[in-house]
Write a protein that binds this ligand. Structure first.
Ligand SMILES: Nc1ncnc2c1ncn2[C@@H]1O[C@H](COP(=O)(O)OP(=O)(O)OP(=O)(O)O)[C@@H](O)[C@H]1O
Length: 385
């Protein structure tokens, strides 16, 4: 998809100058925001030349993709134009997530709109800024597998309710993770986290809470779908700044290393996933750029991973998620029933100390009834295997 910003032309000199100035300011804003400082001088001199030879019309073409990566100028223009509603529009989109207070109304794709680009802010530069408040989940596009070069990541609004407040994990662990995330925000960094624990202990919920906390998008990367080293690089390069790259269930991708054999024939290491190599690869890729990305790997079987990966320093943080204790049980009751205490709590407490039960299993029981007493009784009566 291509967006054409055709800046107004009129017969009068006044409007010609106005449209030229608008175009110049728009281009200037784009140049300032999205090109390295070294190019600014060069582009300014070209702009001066352009203004001397200016016709009454300038057409700015903004394409959706720059190679495989999403063109951020397109996204910004899409948000700006999408919010303009005019009588000429035949199709509008209406949406509202749980977190939003009002409906979001925007122009549908492939609609046409004429907009006089205006709205100077106080500093005199043109203001089209995307207010990012929703987290997106990006998955590989099915078309990608058929060699369609127009972008590789499909995005949907990620409306996961998990936050650090709703997570049923120990308070000290929560504080530690939040402090780690806060400390790094705003600096050039790349963090690697390894989340491990049995199924249903909250690894995916923690990734969602991190994304909601930082307002970062999540890229869901399945190693099983990647066939070569260069393909892996392509996908990573097409991810955007300020994002979480989640690589879940790495222990299940046991043949992962074999997929890279063309590039790294000597790296096969028994049948283990050689993630050390993967981490080196990621380090090399971003060692010289100032972007912010978080890599989160999850596994249910930490013992299946290459021990080299688990040595101190390979991942920045190892986070263990475990079975429900009384503290996490109370958090889940508070989440689902808004109750902080109940006469049946003592009975559940003594059971939880004896039986290994995951937060997911407790959550499932608590959701079976809106009546907290019935839900807790159901939990107590669950056959204990
Ligand atoms: N620690 C937790 N805090 C709050 N809710 C949780 C927690 N763990 C599990 N849940 C609940 O159980 C559901 C499943 O948990 P989740 O998918 O996060 O577990 P997981 O460890 O990623 O599981 P898997 O290894 O199978 O992917 C969540 O949607 C949530 O409702």
């Amino acid at each position: 998809m291509t967006m054409m910003l055709s800046l107004a032309s009129t017969r009068t000199i006044f409007w010609t100058i106005t449209s030229a100035v608008a175009a110049a300011l728009l281009v200037h804003t784009i140049v300032k925001e999205y090109t390295p400082p070294e190019f600014h001088g060069y582009i300014s001199s070209k702009m001066k030349w352009l203004s001397n030879h200016l016709s009454s019309q300038l057409c700015v073409v903004i394409q959706e993709f720059e190679g495989l990566a999403i063109n951020k100028v397109f996204n910004t223009a899409e948000v700006y134009l999408g919010n303009k509603i005019s009588p000429s529009i035949k199709r509008i989109k209406v949406a509202k997530s749980e977190k939003e207070k009002a409906f979001r109304i925007s122009m549908d794709r492939n609609e046409e709109l004429v907009d006089i680009f205006g709205g100077k802010n106080s500093s005199g530069s043109w203001c089209i800024r995307e207010e990012k408040s929703l987290v997106n989940l990006l998955t590989l596009k099915p078309e990608y597998y058929y060699g369609d070069p127009r972008g590789v990541w499909n995005h949907i609004v990620f409306d996961h309710p998990s936050t650090f407040d709703t997570l049923a994990i120990d308070a000290s662990l929560k504080e530690e993770i939040m402090a780690d995330l806060k400390r790094k925000v705003g600096k050039a960094w790349k963090r690697g986290y390894l989340l491990y624990g049995p199924p249903g202990t909250g690894k995916s919920s923690l990734i969602a809470a991190m994304a909601n906390f930082l307002n970062f998008d999540i890229y869901d990367l399945e190693l099983a779908n990647i066939n070569s080293n260069s393909e892996f690089r392509t996908l990573l390069v097409a991810t955007s700044n300020h994002s979480i790259i989640a690589i879940e269930d790495i222990d299940r991708t046991l043949d992962f290393q074999d997929r890279f054999k063309e590039d790294q024939p000597s790296r096969r290491h028994n049948s283990r996933v050689n993630l050390s190599w993967l981490l080196n690869f990621i380090d090399g890729l971003w060692s010289s750029c100032g972007d912010e990305r978080i890599f989160v790997f999850t596994t249910n079987n930490k013992e299946k991973l290459d021990p080299a990966l688990l040595r101190p320093g390979r991942m920045d943080k190892h986070i263990q998620l475990g079975y429900c204790n009384f503290f996490s049980f109370k958090k889940l009751v508070s989440n689902y029933h808004n109750e902080e205490d109940h006469p049946l709590f003592e009975e559940v407490k003594s059971l939880i100390e004896k039986v290994q039960v995951t937060p997911a299993e407790v959550a499932e029981q608590l959701l079976r009834s809106e009546d907290v007493k019935v839900a807790l009784q159901g939990l107590i009566e669950v056959p204990q295997t």
